[in-house]
Design a protein. Structure first.
Length: 307
């Protein structure tokens, strides 16, 4: 790994050396990654002003690489995470080694992204790689913070709306989204020996890590999932209550993402089979986005996304 890091350092280039064409290509690559992989977020990203949208694409593309290392069963995911950490080190020195880090370095410079949130995100990814088991509700809360809230807090910098109130909004929204992900992917994660619901939650419904998907426990599992869906919905409601008079313009894209996840949560609650894969269709996403922007205060808020 030390040799790989040496190679990264030897090939790093200063941000100032990138041409306009190289910068454009870097952001185009990030946009393609987001379009391919950000199944729920991409349609919301479209409603950001171009410069902010490019920043979100860069952030997403880098974070996606971390998720892939943790989730896709690579031979040496720890080495991949170490490589991403070193790339991030270079980004914060104003250097880049590829298209994604070129776009991210520019985004870090442009929006002053706090390094701490990336470090916390890596801690979350490493818990998945190392097989860390959630032992309590507190562990689950910490995990949701590390893998989801951190990204939301970074987004606030790119939205150019980072303040104590917006951070509280992002924290509730991030926890609601991540808990929705956990409930949606419950069986898929279980098959990979990952159980994110706390043992105390399982015990409440007479379940444990070994029998939760036994056929004779289907009703108990459905009751557990519905109970946790209420908890996820509470996070969304808490987020809504922070801006009782409506979201500020710079957070309205986050409102679209929240609407996507509320719909997924509704489908989890109404689904007959726990753990069956749930995805919104492009038509559903566009319909939800359209309903969201129909509540925006001014046509200028909509037109600005095309500038």
């Amino acid at each position: 790994m030390a040799a790989d890091i040496q190679v990264l350092n030897s090939t790093a280039k200063p941000l100032a050396s990138a041409t306009e064409s190289e910068m454009r290509q870097a952001y185009q690559i990030c946009a393609k990654i987001a379009k391919h992989a950000a199944r729920n977020f991409f349609y919301a990203f479209l409603f950001l002003p171009r410069i902010n949208r490019h920043g979100i694409y860069a952030l997403y593309a880098f974070c996606r690489a971390g998720d892939d290392a943790a989730d896709n069963g690579y031979h040496n995911p720890s080495a991949m995470i170490d490589g991403l950490k070193e790339k991030l080190n270079l980004c914060y020195q104003g250097l880049y080694v590829d298209d994604v880090t070129l776009a991210l370095t520019d985004t870090i410079r442009r929006f002053s992204l706090p390094r701490k949130h990336f470090d916390d995100l890596f801690l979350g990814l490493e818990t998945d790689i190392n097989g860390w088991k959630i032992k309590s509700a507190e562990d689950l809360n910490l995990y949701c913070y590390r893998v989801a809230v951190t990204v939301g807090l970074l987004c606030l910098s790119i939205f150019e709306y980072d303040n104590p109130t917006s951070r509280s909004y992002a924290e509730n929204l991030g926890r609601g989204m991540q808990l929705t992900n956990i409930l949606r992917d419950l069986k898929e994660d279980y098959e990979q020996h990952r159980i994110y619901l706390a043992p105390e939650f399982l015990k409440k419904y007479g379940l444990n890590r070994h029998n939760m998907f036994d056929d004779n426990n289907s009703e108990q599992l459905r009751s557990l999932v519905k109970w946790q869906c209420v908890a996820a919905n509470d996070y969304f409601n808490n987020a809504d209550s922070i801006y009782k008079d409506g979201l500020p313009s710079k957070l309205k894209v986050a409102g679209i993402m929240a609407a996507f996840y509320r719909e997924i949560l509704n489908l989890v609650v109404s689904g007959e089979i726990v753990g069956s894969r749930i995805e919104l269709t492009p038509r559903q996403k566009l319909s939800i986005a359209y309903q969201s922007i129909s509540t925006w205060d001014s046509p200028a808020e909509i037109l600005i996304v095309f500038l």
